[in-house]
Ligand binder design. Structure first.
Ligand SMILES: *Cc1c(COP(=O)(O)O)cnc(C)c1O
Length: 369
């Protein structure tokens, strides 16, 4: 077999370790996964029942246009159904955007670090990637905009950022939309957007009428608690959406996922509940980390980046032995940190006890971090 060389050169996405894998490796009965930013409360009431009911219909193909889901989304935000595209997660929409708009040698602009799928998708289209380092853990919006050149087609921003957890301010967003060429698409990846409250969140949908080059990405994987079903969506002007629809595989969102998503959208109060629970739990993390003088980044999402210093690897290994999977920052472009997903209260409590104990004994001889 002749293998395309550029594929071998692509950066590799390193997923979080699985619960089964860690149970086997360390001979553990209980393992908690706090590595992939899932909502560990799970989906809204009614979703699982709907999934069970939908199983009768899996002999049929799903609706290729996910009409019921798109109708619900269009009502929720008061936007036209033609401005919505569904994907097998945001991941797939990112791929479609690159396929649709990147010619060889054209480029995208991303933060460094950023969600790896942006880069991988651009590389698959023989595009280039311009990376702009974070500035004090936030995306350097001004520099990202200033770095646009005549080959730039897309600027990817993430709000809140993953893995830093920081947000983009409204003034920065305004600056970006005002100052970027209108033939450069601005992709606002809002995978964790629902974790912000109304004052913190930018109402990006309001900007769609002013800016034809804006694309908003949202997902049912995060606050909606349905990561395993793979449903995400994009909102943009109907022309961009029609281009993506030409590329989209016809049955990209499966039947069970579509049914479940409709019910999830009927239960928005559940999302509000999750948001406030997670905010409370984040306060617990902040309090305990501060009490122990452990450095971390304040987060607008459902995860926290914690500074574990040069003994990160040892701490991660000890956490695994104790039954906690966290994400090594070095796999996310943040060496010396771990990214920890906020879990359920009891698990958070146990995690923090265990983590503080491990952290303190790892650095017990007053080693420098
Ligand atoms: C999790 C995540 C996604 C992926 O979402 P899916 O809908 O599950 O594909 C997209 N962007 C960011 C920044 C994420 O963290």
């Amino acid at each position: 077999m002749k293998i395309k060389q550029w594929i071998l050169n692509m950066p590799e996405y390193i997923p979080g370790r699985t619960i089964e894998e860690i149970k086997r490796q360390y001979n553990l009965k209980e393992v908690n996964k706090m590595a992939s930013n899932e909502n560990l409360y799970g989906p809204a009431p009614g979703v699982l029942e709907e999934i069970n009911k939908s199983l009768n219909d899996i002999k049929y193909y799903p609706d290729s246009e996910s009409r019921e889901v798109r109708q619900k989304i269009s009502k929720k935000y008061n936007i036209s159904i033609d401005s919505i595209i569904m994907g097998n997660g945001i991941d797939q929409i990112i791929e479609m955007i690159c396929e649709g708009f990147i010619e060889p040698e054209e480029n995208i602009i991303v933060a460094d670090p950023a969600f790896l799928i942006y880069e991988k998708s651009a590389l698959k289209c023989n595009g280039n990637v311009i990376k702009i380092p974070l500035k004090e853990f936030s995306q350097d919006i001004k520099r990202m905009v200033d770095s646009v050149n005549d080959k730039t087609r897309i600027l990817f921003v993430t709000n809140p950022h993953n893995p830093a957890g920081t947000k983009i301010d409204r003034q920065e967003f305004d600056y970006m939309m005002e100052n970027i060429r209108d033939d450069v698409m601005v992709v606002m990846d809002e995978a964790y957007g629902e974790y912000m409250n109304d004052e913190e969140r930018i109402d990006t949908i309001k900007y769609l009428s002013r800016y034809n080059n804006l694309m908003i990405l949202r997902t049912f994987s995060k606050i909606y608690g349905m990561a395993g079903l793979r449903v995400g969506y994009g909102i943009s002007n109907p022309l961009i959406i029609s281009v993506l629809n030409r590329i989209r595989l016809p049955f990209n969102v499966n039947l069970v996922a579509q049914k479940a998503t409709v019910i999830a959208l009927e239960n928005e109060s559940y999302i509000n509940k999750i948001r406030s629970e997670v905010r409370e739990e984040k306060e617990r993390f902040y309090r305990i980390l501060e009490e122990n003088s452990i450095d971390f980044i304040r987060s607008y999402a459902n995860f926290i980046l914690i500074n574990t210093g040069r003994k990160s690897d040892i701490i991660i290994e000890e956490l695994l032995k104790a039954g906690f999977i966290v994400r090594p920052g070095k796999n996310l472009g943040m060496p010396g940190y771990i990214r920890v997903t906020i879990a359920l209260p009891e698990i958070n409590k146990r995690f923090l006890e265990t983590f503080v104990r491990i952290f303190n004994s790892t650095y017990k001889n007053q080693d420098i971090l």
